[in-house]
Design a protein around this ligand. Structure first.
Ligand SMILES: Nc1ncnc2c1ncn2[C@@H]1O[C@H](COP(=O)(O)OP(=O)(O)O)[C@@H](O)[C@H]1O
Ligand SMILES: [Mg+2]
Length: 394
């Protein structure tokens, strides 16, 4: 609870009331490297970003002398970087609040790019705002000015959100991958499928599901589908022409590649590839062959038969080798896993499971492994320890 006494303390220690707050070199560097939007740019842009900002809370803190501090780089994307930032009182010995956020900084060179970035923020704020997703905090913009101080039409948009603890990449590759046992992976996969079925249920297609875009919560106990940069409303005809297929080739459904046909079941295909990767730490045979460097043959993908895949056939043997609770019926678990792979990785979208069916089957697998079945409840009531903006009272 933030009381009047706390507020008075803040005003006194954070330099409000005539005391000028010194800007340190790091802060100066950040403001000019595009990592920390200045207060004036927050004010200038508040109209253009109506509804996306959370200006009252942030401005109040900035007025009280709080400053943004860059802590570390979290990741990179197509338009920019994601950095860990902290809103801190500069007089560190008196710091009474420390607000960490993941700041997605995206540079735009055209109005279309600006619209795309703002659309992504809007979707996060207004549509995918349950705890099944990374929590949205606020958006700012820093327009790029020319030498005369006139806007150039270019600039950077910053979207602040909850800090994630990693992505599904950590489960598949690298030193952390072996820390995740099958029961844990199955529970995280069910979480992610909950998010995907929500996206589809709300009338959207994510269109870029891949391990890098499924985040882990800060406590690593939950999976949160993120990065809505290519997310689009499902078009009524389910077919939309684009010059190039949109998405990431390795996780692209065959119909998207072949016919540029976008439909909610493409998200199921992508999650099927991810599920396979979580098991075998490699791509399904068909995907591997289709995208083999120097020998690309998309026909391999169009004609893929998951039931003939070596990894699919090997699932029962693989399950035998896994550390699972004693209560697990390994034969049933292997069947359930094969059914899910078969249901999700059908080349023809008509014969493919939809996200709700895949979610149900993912929950079944998670339960086979001794996990509780209340995935939705677990996700939606998860604690968001870093969501200070959300519960900060003035
Ligand atoms: N909220 C976050 N917390 C921690 N890391 C993040 C967060 N958002 C993104 N990242 C990291 O940055 C990478 C790129 O972010 P993403 O939103 O996917 O950008 P892009 O749309 O450019 O792909 C992610 O794969 C992840 O590693
Ligand atoms: Mg991404």
């Amino acid at each position: 609870m933030f009381t009047c006494a706390h507020r008075l303390l803040l005003l006194l220690v954070c330099g409000v009331g005539g005391v000028r707050v010194e800007q340190n070199d790091e802060q100066h560097h950040l403001e000019h490297s595009g990592l920390a939007p200045s207060e004036s740019s927050l004010a200038e842009e508040s109209r253009a970003l109506t509804g996306l900002q959370n200006p009252k809370q942030i401005r109040t803190l900035l007025k009280q002398g709080y400053q943004w501090t860059y802590t570390k780089w979290l990741g990179s994307g197509s338009f920019g970087d994601i950095n860990l930032m902290h809103l801190r009182c500069p007089k560190r010995e008196h710091t009474v609040l420390d607000l960490p956020v993941a700041r997605k900084s995206q540079f735009y060179g055209t109005i279309e790019e600006r619209d795309m970035i703002l659309e992504e923020a809007k979707i996060m704020k207004d549509e995918f705002n349950s705890r099944a997703f990374p929590q949205y905090f606020s958006t700012y913009e820093e327009p790029k000015m020319d030498k005369e101080g006139q806007p150039t039409g270019k600039g950077t948009i910053y979207v602040d959100m909850e800090v994630a603890g990693g992505t599904f990449k950590n489960l598949i590759k690298g030193p952390t991958a072996d820390q995740y046992q099958l029961p844990n992976k199955a529970s995280l996969f069910a979480d992610a499928m909950y998010g995907v079925q929500e996206i589809n249920r709300l009338g959207y297609i994510h269109r870029d599901l891949k391990p890098e875009n499924v985040f882990l919560s800060a406590d690593l106990n939950h999976a949160l589908v993120g990065d809505f940069g290519l997310t689009e409303e499902t078009v009524p005809t389910a077919i939309k022409e684009t010059p190039d297929p949109i998405g990431t080739l390795t996780h692209m459904a065959p119909e998207v590649h072949k016919d540029h046909e976008y439909n909610p079941k493409q998200d199921v295909w992508a999650m099927g590839v991810i599920f396979y990767q979580m098991i075998h730490k490699r791509f399904p045979d068909g995907v591997k062959q289709a995208f083999a460097i120097g020998n690309q043959d998309m026909g391999k993908l169009y004609n893929m038969d998951i039931t003939k895949d070596a990894g699919y056939e090997f699932v029962p043997n693989w399950v035998e080798e896994q550390q699972v609770p004693d209560s697990t019926d390994k034969a049933k678990l292997a069947r359930d896993m094969q059914d899910l792979l078969k249901g999700m990785l059908q080349v023809d979208p008509k014969g493919r499971m939809d996200a709700a069916e895949a979610f149900e089957q993912a929950v079944e697998i998670s339960k086979d492994l001794g996990n509780p079945g209340d995935i939705k409840e677990k996700l939606l009531t998860r604690e968001v320890t870093d969501c200070h903006y959300c519960n900060f009272k003035f």
